[in-house]
Design a protein around this ligand. Structure first.
Ligand SMILES: Cc1cc2nc3c(=O)[nH]c(=O)nc-3n(C[C@H](O)[C@H](O)[C@H](O)COP(=O)(O)OP(=O)(O)OC[C@H]3O[C@@H](n4cnc5c(N)ncnc54)[C@H](O)[C@@H]3O)c2cc1C
Length: 425
């Protein structure tokens, strides 16, 4: 795949990730020739390979663009236009047309039938080769300058080609993901970048007995995060208790939406868990009354108020509510019942930081969307420059939404490049 780099190319795509590949393939399939992908490392599409635990969650079965934008803490409204032209259904059809069948899981995530990310990598690589795209490895772009309608690139080549090369390109696609070099290149070309902060992470709790329940899941729960700046964020979904705090889809969604406020608060916040998923006081009172009637002689420790509430969690809630687990249901006082209802609906935990691992490590922040024409991904600052993928100030929650943005923005840029070339004759 790695041929010698010519001095002049029609299109230089900086970054061989999913967004860059999609842009290059789309333009090439629409008839644009002389497209070169410049990848700094020896392994293009590396993040695709490691994604989704080696399975690659390619996209999500979310077919309505209006609903789809709700999965992007940064992007949202601005993505309505792009998703109305190329969204999840188009990605599924695109991969199908290129020989890769995607299979939907019960929660809506779509994976390759092989369950291997290598199939996605192979599909993108062979589509690029078939369309005539040249992929260069070990070529890190250090500088890009606009010059007389063209772009002058300074490229650092590793390996046999050695040292630094200069390259003139008619059009440039910046597709460098969350790498700082891409933000530097965009800034040097007149763009503002929103400072990056982590998104999608688990939460560490201050020394709390809850962590003794590591491995316990509860689905669904409602989480509310209260931040010192008054920001409140609420999400519902499956929760996993870990050795350090909380994880699972609802936590990742919560931290994605609160990424900036959490960063500003140095990851100190209050977490309120509603273990009843929004159950009202009167509903709970009725359940407790029923439990008193049916299992009056049994000890609280051995008889939960309803079966879906796991035993270990119930014991934790009894402890949190200051209620003796040896008490019989018939002897539960009104006062203790109220303490339990409070623990079930509003258990409070102190967040002391981020957990050690993320699931989909993405960056919130990047090139400001107002400076990009979202119909074409062309820069409003620099004609002929396109910006795609994670480099932009867009990020999604887990579930295939981050790749979906890469497919959509890459496809739009590729189409726009083809139109621009067509117009230029
Ligand atoms: C462990 C992990 C698992 C993930 N799993 C999923 C998942 O299952 N589903 C999902 O939707 N998302 C997932 N994501 C997020 C997803 O991988 C990213 O959103 C996506 O890869 C971004 O694509 P991109 O093309 O914008 O950038 P990248 O994939 O980061 O590609 C950018 C490329 O540009 C190269 N580059 C950078 N700077 C330069 C330069 N100056 N010159 C030349 N080359 C350069 C980099 O080496 C890289 O190859 C996961 C992320 C991680 C880390």
């Amino acid at each position: 795949m790695n041929r010698l780099l010519p001095d002049r190319v029609a299109v230089a795509v900086v970054g061989g990730g999913p967004a860059g590949f999609m842009a290059a393939i789309t333009a090439a399939e629409a008839g644009v020739r002389d497209i070169h992908v410049l990848e700094a490392t020896q392994e293009p599409l590396q993040k695709v390979r490691i994604s989704g635990g080696g399975r690659c969650n390619v996209t999500h079965a979310c077919w309505d663009p209006r609903e789809l934008v709700g999965h992007y803490p940064r992007g949202q409204r601005a993505l309505r236009g792009p998703f109305s032209r190329f969204a999840c259904g188009d990605a599924v059809a695109w991969f199908d047309a290129h020989g890769l069948e995607l299979v939907e899981e019960a929660d809506g995530r779509l994976f390759p039938r092989s369950n291997r990310s290598s199939s996605v990598v192979a599909t993108l690589r062979s589509a690029a080769a078939a369309a005539g795209v040249t992929v260069h490895r070990g070529m890190g772009v250090q500088a890009v300058q606009a010059e007389g309608g063209d772009f002058l690139l300074q490229v650092r080549c590793s390996g046999a080609q050695g040292n630094t090369r200069r390259l003139v390109a008619g059009q440039v696609v910046l597709a460098t993901g969350g790498h700082p070099s891409g933000r530097r290149l965009a800034s040097s070309l007149g763009h503002t970048t929103v400072p990056p902060v982590p998104s999608l992470f688990t939460l560490a709790l201050a020394d709390d007995p809850l962590v003794a329940l590591a491995g316990v899941t509860m689905d669904p729960v409602q989480l509310t995060l209260e931040l010192p700046d008054g920001h409140r964020e609420r999400q519902r979904g499956p929760l996993l208790i870990t050795h350090w705090g909380v994880s699972g889809p609802v936590t990742l969604r919560l931290t994605a939406f609160a990424a900036r406020s959490l960063h500003a608060a140095r990851y100190q916040a209050e977490l309120i868990v509603d273990w009843t998923d929004g159950g009202s006081e009167s509903e709970l009172a009725a359940r407790f009354q029923e439990a008193r009637r049916v299992q009056a002689r049994r000890q609280l420790a051995n008889a939960r108020p309803w079966p879906a509430l796991g035993r270990r969690l119930w014991l934790h809630l009894l402890q949190a509510g200051g209620v003796d687990p040896a008490l019989r249901w018939a002897d539960l006082s009104k006062h203790h019942q109220q303490a339990l209802v409070e623990a079930l609906r509003r258990s409070r935990y102190r967040v002391r930081g981020r957990g050690p691992f993320g699931e989909e490590f993405v960056t919130a922040g990047g090139v400001a969307l107002g400076e990009v024409n979202m119909a074409s991904m062309e820069s409003r600052r620099q004609p002929g420059l396109y910006l795609v993928g994670e480099l932009l100030d867009v990020d999604g929650v887990t579930g295939g939404f981050n790749f979906q943005h890469c497919w959509s923005s890459g496809w739009l840029a590729g189409e726009a490049i083809a139109r621009a070339k067509g117009a230029a004759g």
